[in-house]
Write a protein that binds this ligand. Structure first.
Ligand code: MIC
Ligand code: SF4
Length: 753
């Protein structure tokens, strides 16, 4: 039986009527996305024909999911909200803080020992406030959510950008910062700018080496890392129906990499099969009874150009396997062109390590297909040239693939199984020799490949592909190898060609698990006590940020003008820093250390305008703070791309940065800045970015009249006494301006208690 089946039934019971009301208000047929969004309005009385890309709308999501690295901050904030219990079903998953070094058993135990204080904190807070806790080793949040909680037509938010994975099971699932999660857990409305809609029509059928992963790798190549910003992507067509549910999950998961708010598929037979296989016949039956609401009205898919803001068509029959990278997930190269591209660009072609698994690609289907490739290496007497690792997405998947012999096959080709956790995907990979920073290539089936992400080495060229392709490439040890046509020489000196991979959508013997790793919360947690040691280096209770003094911001020093890609990994690196995710002051020592300084092309080296010396970004900022001086950060396009980590907004806030001014923002990060009481502005004229000079002192001269849709004027006071006036845009609505005034959204919640 599913968790919270009663809530799912309630959602279905009111869906029809709400959809009907929305259809009337909009006077047009509805897409799946619209049906789910309109049936989750916080206040049905607010129903109106919202303008996509403009209207801010209040929603009431059905559930919240948090992972250990972001839950610490989310829960530290929730503890201040003055509530005794969460208002909607919520879960915490211990997955990011787990190392990948020697192998699953030992790494898990070491990680538990190292992170004991944090895991205890998370499980105690969960217990107190009615939150389900998934223990270390239970699996990666998105896989566990897909197996247990996601349901067609539902709406959830999660404090992780890949929450969108649940779109594979027909849910509108959105990644957010912890402060957003606090809103929902406190029973308040959750606000989102009504998204634009991208329709992706899939035709044909996958075959041979091509997999669901290649669909999203191709889409990333078309839309780029910012093409989905502010949009929900809805997949449809007979090609969509031909994909497995977990394959759909992979596609939605990596929709985070195109900046999409989320992605979703309509309810279909593959989802029903998956629900039943994961022992949720009750959800499948409930969904069948409202199936017409769990897909778009027929007019929509018949005439998509009329209803979507943008339409893309992909023919699965013609789709080739892709490898995306290095350093950005949208640099898409079909495998047939890889040899040529690698040569042209000087990418190292020897593959050191192939890594499969992660929240994106660790389904039974993925693993069985990868294993079919590994089995060929054994049968055809091939030696595996690269190192090879597997990170299963959940204990349920791990247990089942072990039972079915796949782990054994991987081990026979030298594979090392890591714990069911994020591990190498989030820089928790203790890779021998990474500190030497040698230029090298890895291939993996994860979703992100920003510099330093997996192993901390800036010279690791990481390419993203499907698990089956990664397995073949690890066996070949060569980036230029195309398994569709190239042969390898085996141990007997014979030429061998791989057969295309084969696998199983779902385990024929069903899933199995001994201990899935779930800890239910206390029925009444009022007696549960939470203690945070004031000397802890891992956890720190929060002190509220100061309210705005109502005055213009005058005399801001330029802290850094970041050049090029500045993702949340550049702003607040993961890897070794994950251990400070519950301690704002300590983690602030990583603020922007990965961002490239426009003026010297160096990272973590900026000019301290008070001393004229160059120093690390956090040091310079701490010096400004000590001298009572505020500052401003300037950035390029899609600033804050990637993760949902609100630390990337809280650290500057904590250290006294007041403004982040960029050419454009990634959605989650922009909201995180607003929630934490920062000013996130964009250049009205992009070229004004060039006017910002290293020794600038900057004033915002009309902030006293801060209002929605009203531009703000900045004066750049240059060192030589000259000035430039520049105009900036912002997207704050009335309510968000109140967050700014109060110092943070949380300060407002507290006031309303
Ligand atoms: C990621 O994939 O970057 C993470 C680590 O899962 C993040 C969350 C975090 O930074 O804790 C995400 O995607 O939101
Ligand atoms: Fe974990 Fe990587 Fe998935 Fe993020 S993308 S949740 S780090 S496995």
């Amino acid at each position: 039986m599913a968790f919270d089946i009663e809530i799912i039934k309630e959602v279905y019971a009111r869906m029809g009527q709400r959809i009907e009301a929305a259809r009337k208000a909009l006077n047009k047929p509805l897409s799946l996305t619209e049906k789910i969004l309109y049936s989750h309005l916080f206040d049905q009385k607010s129903l109106a024909d919202f303008t996509r890309g403009e209207s801010y709308v209040d929603f009431a999501p059905d559930r919240v999911a948090m992972q250990d690295a972001t839950a610490q901050m989310a829960l530290l904030q929730f503890m201040q909200a003055g509530k005794s219990r969460v208002a909607v079903p919520s879960t915490v998953h211990a997955d990011h803080l787990i190392l990948a070094k020697l192998g699953a058993t030992q790494d898990l135990q070491d990680s538990i020992n190292r992170n004991n204080e944090v895991f205890n904190f998370l499980s105690t807070v969960s217990n107190k406030y009615g939150i389900g806790f998934w223990k270390p080793g239970a699996g990666i949040i998105h896989q566990v959510v897909l197996e247990n909680y996601a349901f067609p037509g539902g709406m959830m938010i999660g404090t992780d950008s890949h929450t969108v994975n649940a779109g594979g099971l027909g849910m509108i699932a959105i990644g957010v910062g912890g402060a957003d999660a606090v809103d929902v857990m406190a029973g308040m409305a959750w606000e989102l700018k009504f998204p634009k809609l991208i329709g992706i029509k899939l035709t044909g059928k996958l075959s041979g080496w091509t997999s669901a992963k290649d669909v999203i790798l191709k889409v990333a190549g078309i839309l780029t890392v910012k093409g989905g910003t502010g949009c929900i992507v809805e997949y449809f067509g007979d090609g969509a129906e031909s994909l497995s549910c977990t394959g759909k999950g992979t596609i939605c998961n990596m929709g985070a990499e195109i900046g999409a708010t989320t992605s979703a598929f309509s309810y279909d037979a593959s989802m029903e099969r998956y629900l039943r296989a994961t022992e949720r016949d009750d959800v499948a039956e409930a969904a069948n009874s409202v199936a017409e609401h769990l897909t778009a009205d027929t007019e929509i898919y018949n005439d998509p150009e009329k209803y979507f803001d943008q339409v893309i068509e992909i023919n699965l029959t013609e789709l080739e396997p892709y490898l995306n990278g290095p350093f950005t997930p949208d640099r898409a190269t079909p495998i047939s062109k890889m040899a040529e591209e690698a040569k042209k660009n000087g990418w190292p072609t020897k593959i050191e390590v192939g890594l499969i698994g992660s929240c994106t690609n660790s389904s039974y289907e993925d693993i069985s297909r990868a294993s079919s490739v590994a089995a060929q290496a054994i049968n055809k007497n091939l030696k595996t040239k690269s190192k090879f690792t597997i990170t299963p997405g959940s204990e349920q998947v791990r247990y089942t693939i072990e039972r079915d012999g796949f782990i054994d096959t991987f081990e026979k080709i030298g594979g090392n199984v890591f714990a069911n956790a994020c591990g190498p995907c989030i820089g928790q990979w203790d890779r021998p020799g990474a500190d030497k920073e040698e230029k090298n290539t890895i291939v993996h089936s994860f979703n992100r490949n920003f510099a330093k992400r997996a192993d901390g080495n800036p010279n690791t060229y990481a390419f993203v592909g499907s698990p089956e392709l990664v397995t073949a490439l690890a066996i070949a040890g060569d980036l230029t190898f195309n398994p569709l046509k190239d042969t390898l020489i085996n141990e007997n000196g014979e030429k061998v060609l791989f057969d295309p991979p084969s696998g199983f959508e779902l385990p024929s013997k069903g899933f199995a698990v001994e201990d899935a790793g779930y800890e239910p919360p206390a029925k009444d947690g009022s007696d549960v006590e939470i203690t945070v040691n004031p000397d802890s280096e891992r956890l720190q209770l929060l002190t509220p940020f100061k309210a705005w003094d109502g005055k213009n911001l005058i005399g801001l020093k330029l802290l850094i003008k970041a050049k090029g890609k500045c993702t949340t990994d550049h702003i607040s690196m993961a890897g070794p820093w994950l251990r400070f995710r519950g301690h704002l002051d300590n983690i602030s020592n990583n603020m922007l250390i990965g961002a490239m300084n426009f003026f010297n092309d160096a990272t973590d080296k900026v000019k301290n305008q008070l001393t004229g010396e160059y120093d690390s970004v956090p040091n310079v900022q701490r010096d400004y703070k000590a001298n009572g001086i505020s500052s401003i950060v300037v950035g390029d396009h899609n600033y804050g791309e990637g993760s949902s980590r609100e630390h990337a907004a809280m650290e500057p806030r904590h250290l006294g940065v007041k403004v982040v001014l960029t050419k454009s923002f990634a959605r989650i990060h922009e909201t995180n800045l607003k929630k934490q009481g920062m000013l996130g502005l964009t250049f009205s004229q992009e070229s004004d970015y060039d006017k910002v000079l290293e020794n600038d002192t900057i004033d915002i001269i009309d902030l006293e009249h801060f209002a929605p849709n009203k531009q703000l004027t900045l004066v750049l006071n240059h060192e030589d006494g000259s000035k430039d006036k520049i105009i900036t845009d912002h997207t704050y609505n009335e309510n968000q301006i109140e967050w700014f005034k109060a110092g943070s959204a949380l300060n407002l919640i507290k006031r309303q208690q």
